[in-house]
Design a protein around this ligand. Sequence first.
Ligand SMILES: Cc1ncc(COP(=O)(O)O)c(C=O)c1O
Length: 384
Amino acid sequence: MEDEVSKQRRSMEFLSSKPYVPPQWASHLSPIPSHIFSLANLPTPIHKWNLPNLPNNTEVWLKRDDLSGMQLSGNKVRKLEFLMAEAVAQGADCVITIGGIQSNHCRATAVAAKYLHLDCFVILRTSKVLVDKDPGLTGNLLVERFVGAHVDLISKEEYAKLGSVTLTNLLKEKLLNEGRRPYVIPVGGSNSLGTWGYIEAIREIEQQLQLGTSQIKFDDIVVACGSGGTIAGLSLGSWLSTLKSKVHAFSVCDDPDYFYDFVQGLLDGLEAGVDSHDIVNIQNAKGLGYAINTPEELKFVKEIASATGVVLDPVYSGKAAYGMIKDMTENPKKWEGRKILFIHTGGLLGLFDKIEEMNSLVGNWSRMDVHEDIPRKDGIGKMF
Ligand SMILES: Cc1ncc(COP(=O)(O)O)c(C=O)c1O
């Protein structure tokens, strides 16, 4: 693990920018970001995850990127360390980004922007029936509205017709006309610059393994894929570094072919000279569709929480873990004896959007049974 002095130094660097030096094995990539802005609580812990019903001798470990912060947490914060550094370097006075109504990325961007005294404009996609109504305060919306992000709603149909680039450009033009200096962050923070977030995460894992007490080598890394930036960084980093773990992505929205192409674009944007098909294996875990869960998936998320204490979000890591366990059950030989690092990418706030669906899954409650004549033991007159 990181020694105490460097941990201390890092905590003092929180919310500050510093020149970026890439890992030696990534130094041929181009362009190299000039700066990194410290936003995440790093390194995130790695621990053994005692999942039930694994194939013979299979070990699953968890990288807790859900613990990379509180309001500003999950995988997005790693990408934002690079994207925000660029926004500041370009002299932006506000940032624009876009996503689904419960976008973790938009929430994380809103918080990061406020830390840096920037305004934040988020375009959120919702259903046609809800697009003209107050979006409420559930889950991520509570945090992003609390920190004062400007929320523009767009219907799924308008989003599908115009696409995220046109929509963010429209807002950018409007803000430029008002004399503002906006910086646009794409969906999920997934561009070549954001990819550095998970290249850095690989350096972090490499260091944790080198300094750790258990001599462990991960055969596989498993992670959810939503906009593609996380798997681009992880798979490129794992390929280039000493890790050499095989990266398995479980896609929760678009199909694997779309992501092989998208990741290729990110790799080409870094002049990586590798083929996405050679460095990542992408499987479909979309199920009923983005952010829609089957009762089995929700039951799985609940059971994993009860069995291990780890709460997965149902939209990303929940679907990825469900897909991984399903694959292990169907193809146990493929996974037998392997050591797997599962990246928990956060997203807890998204769970609040599923409360009604989860209601029937959670445990018993009862009115506590107390007799009137039981004497009080602590002082009198105080309610608590
Ligand atoms: C909690 C969570 N996990 C995983 C992902 C997927 O990461 P990426 O968009 O980089 O594919 C996202 C965002 O899409 C997310 O919010």
